[in-house]
Design a protein around this ligand. Structure first.
Ligand SMILES: Nc1ncnc2c1ncn2[C@@H]1O[C@H](COP(=O)(O)OP(=O)(O)OP(=O)(O)O)[C@@H](O)[C@H]1O
Ligand SMILES: [Mg+2]
Length: 398
């Protein structure tokens, strides 16, 4: 149905049309109007139409959201008097009116919704006269943020390569110092006993510091270098006990009890066991370091979650992590420990993400912390589906 010509003809013939015909035309017209309204409201661009007096006559749904004002509040108001208009937008629109200019893709920011848009403003004309204006906003907030993130990631990547180079350079002389200290140790055994004792003490201090520097550099390099994983199907309960075995002596020394709640018959997880051990080790070590009382307890729980993946919880009854510290614990070099490097959780995060897993943390100061790893499973347990064949029910594997 074409509006102007068609309606003109209907008007001319109105006296001759019967009630049913008129009803039919009105029904069709209103269906058509609804369709246009739906199209207008489904657009992702925000649209405002003003009449020749600059009064707002139409606002679509996207625009309502962009400017955070219900359309009822601005329809029939002069566009330049609308509250959502902040100074920047007001002057752009005013200039366009004054200079009878079109605006195409001008970047503007609306502070009310804290969003960035591309503004287009065009005159609304039929064949003869200007009837008003159409103002279109395209939300580019997310695109701009992504661009910013990309730029940050690029500069971070450059910095990472640079620092990995420096760390590598530190590592070589460290190894050489280490070897020479050992040679020195051997040489001084030829001296008299008292001197030897003193020199040995000093050398041991130097050696300890070198070891510490070495492990810092190693952790750092691990954190920044790409990983090369070799995945295999593993039983998570076995991986847990192997890690605990490795820590047995330290756990006994710090008088911390280990409790197990391991679910049997878990599906195998797809991990690189070497890296998984490393991640679990860092988490358990953190749990151990958080306990400063003598009834320390760490519970390791494994289970299958609803999605079929495997969860590994490490639950400690240590000091807990204050809420304001939570966002920082995965940051490189964030540490509250005297001899910590703050790279432990950076490594955990990197490993878990590389293995396609996820980490969640729950913590309460004074009560303890739970770290949960969610690891992917290749073959999730088969759910049973049923379907009907001629009155008999069959069971199939999904
Ligand atoms: N289970 C936990 N309980 C309480 N605080 C924790 C726990 N796990 C981590 N944290 C906090 O997070 C910080 C960062 O942990 P992360 O393992 O990255 O570094 P770190 O343990 O300090 O040093 P390292 O590099 O030697 O591991 C810790 O210093 C500690 O404050
Ligand atoms: Mg740690």
């Amino acid at each position: 149905m074409e509006y102007p010509g068609f309606i003109q003809k209907v008007f001319e013939k109105l006296d001759k049309l019967d009630q049913d015909k008129i009803k039919d035309i009105i029904r069709k017209l209103s269906a058509e109007k609804e369709l246009y309204k739906l199209v207008f409201d489904s657009m992702i661009e925000g649209v405002i139409v003003t009449d020749w007096e600059r009064k707002v006559i139409l606002v679509n749904r996207a625009m309502e959201q962009f400017i955070s004002v219900p359309r009822g509040k601005i329809v029939n108001t002069n566009i330049l008097e609308c509250k959502f208009i902040d100074k920047e937008l007001e002057s752009v629109i005013e200039d366009a009116y004054k200079n009878k200019e079109k605006i195409l893709d001008r970047e503007i920011h609306i502070s009310r919704s804290d969003k960035t848009f591309l503004l287009t403003m065009l005159p609304l004309k039929d064949e003869r006269e200007e009837m008003g204006h159409i103002i279109i906003l395209v939300d580019i907030t997310e695109k701009k943020q992504k661009e910013l993130q990309l730029r940050r990631a690029e500069s971070l990547a450059a910095l990472t390569t640079l620092s990995a180079g420096v760390a590598h350079e530190i590592k070589n002389p460290l190894t050489s110092i280490d070897i020479h200290i050992q040679l020195l140790k051997r040489e001084i055994s030829k001296f008299n006993e008292k001197d030897v004792e003193n020199i040995k003490k000093m050398i041991n201090i130097v050696k300890e510091e070198i070891d510490r520097l070495n492990s810092i550099v190693q952790d750092f390099l691990f954190a920044v270098r790409p990983m090369s994983v070799s995945l295999s199907k593993e039983n998570v309960n076995n991986l847990v006990s192997e890690t605990i075995d490795f820590l047995k002596y330290e756990l006994e020394k710090s008088n911390i009890k280990i409790k197990y709640e391991l679910e049997e018959n878990l599906p195998p997880v797809i991990v690189d066991p070497k890296y998984f051990h490393q991640a679990l080790l860092n988490i358990i070590k953190n749990a151990m370091q958080s306990i400063h009382h003598d009834h320390g307890e760490i519970t390791i729980k494994t289970e299958e979650d609803i999605s079929g993946d495997v969860l590994i919880h490490v639950i400690d009854n240590g000091e807990g992590i204050p809420d304001n510290m939570m966002p920082k614990i995965f940051e490189p070099y964030f540490t509250t420990r005297k001899s910590g490097t703050g790279l432990g959780l950076v490594i955990v995060y990197k490993i878990v993400k590389e293995l396609g897993g996820d980490i969640k943390i729950k913590s309460k100061v004074g009560e303890g912390t739970t770290f949960t790893l969610k690891m992917p499973v290749l073959e999730k347990k088969k759910k049973l589906l049923t379907y009907e064949v001629k009155n008999e029910t069959k069971v199939v594997d999904s």
